[in-house]
Write a protein that binds this ligand. Structure first.
Ligand SMILES: NC(=O)c1ccc[n+]([C@@H]2O[C@H](COP(=O)([O-])OP(=O)(O)OC[C@H]3O[C@@H](n4cnc5c(N)ncnc54)[C@H](OP(=O)(O)O)[C@@H]3O)[C@@H](O)[C@H]2O)c1
Length: 216
């Protein structure tokens, strides 16, 4: 599959590398083609790896991953182009973090709305699936880094898109029974607000490779 990964940070790099290792063709997108981090990643990763603008990557991908900074995500996706996202699964990993007040960051949207919903509203023809924002990149792409069973969430309005993302998560190693569908895109509220608990627990333990497990 061709995947456009929007984002040159640790999440974009980790997702892009994992996708390439699984045999996918990946274009990493950033605000400007020739981004230093994107070029370094593309030249070192694989012949299946390339880089370009957000629009190049979104046009390239049959699936698109949003791994951009939460405060810039709508702007990044606008640069990617609504037309390049239309009809495609948009895997949204972003968190709506406002770091302006120091640690811990605040959420710039919460309770009655979420960044996942803002993205779905701004790009109604994209099939947004929120997932993986609740764990760090190492865990996102390889759940076995944490021993035992633990939970990955997803949500979105489009059942077929969620099935595609579930398949992607399974290819990353997530057991089907540990992938929990939280329903429509309003489930993003809970997934994004969970970051407060994640940050508090991770900083308390001084261990950022943690996750939670839902025990019915
Ligand atoms: N770090 C983790 O383990 C983790 C875990 C879960 C979720 N997340 C979420 O995943 C996302 C990516 O995190 P990250 O740490 O890898 O990278 P990041 O530093 O949060 O974001 C980097 C990307 O955002 C783009 N960007 C920043 N400001 C922008 C703006 N105003 N307009 C358009 N694009 C902008 C950058 O573009 P350029 O390439 O052009 O510089 C870059 O590609 C974030 O939303 C984060 O909250 C992170």
């Amino acid at each position: 599959m061709r995947v456009g990964v929007l984002g040159t940070g640790m999440v974009g790099q980790g997702q892009a590398s994992r996708l390439v290792s699984l045999g996918h063709e990946v274009m990493m997108g950033s605000r400007a083609a020739g981004n230093e981090k994107a070029v370094a990643w593309a030249s070192g990763a694989s012949p299946r790896a390339s880089e370009g603008t957000f629009a190049d990557a979104a046009a390239f991908g049959e699936m698109v991953v949003n791994a951009t900074n939460g405060e810039g995500s709508i702007e990044a996706l606008a640069a990617a182009g609504a037309g390049n996202l239309a009809g495609k699964v948009l895997v949204d990993i972003s968190n709506p973090l406002d770091h302006s007040g120091g640690f811990p960051p605040r959420l710039f949207v919460c309770n009655t709305d979420s960044l996942g919903e803002q993205i779905q509203r701004a790009f109604p023809e994209a099939r947004v699936v929120k997932t993986m924002n609740t764990v760090n990149i190492n865990v996102q792409v390889d759940p076995s880094v944490i021993p035992g069973r633990h939970t990955m969430f997803l949500c979105g309005n489009d059942d077929a898109a969620k099935a595609d993302v579930r398949a992607l998560l399974l290819s990353y190693g997530w057991p089907d029974e540990d992938v929990m569908d939280l329903g429509d895109i309003t489930g993003s509220r809970a997934m994004e607000m969970n970051i407060a608990m994640w940050l508090r627990a991770a900083s308390t333990l001084n261990n950022w490779g943690i996750n939670i497990k839902i025990v019915p």
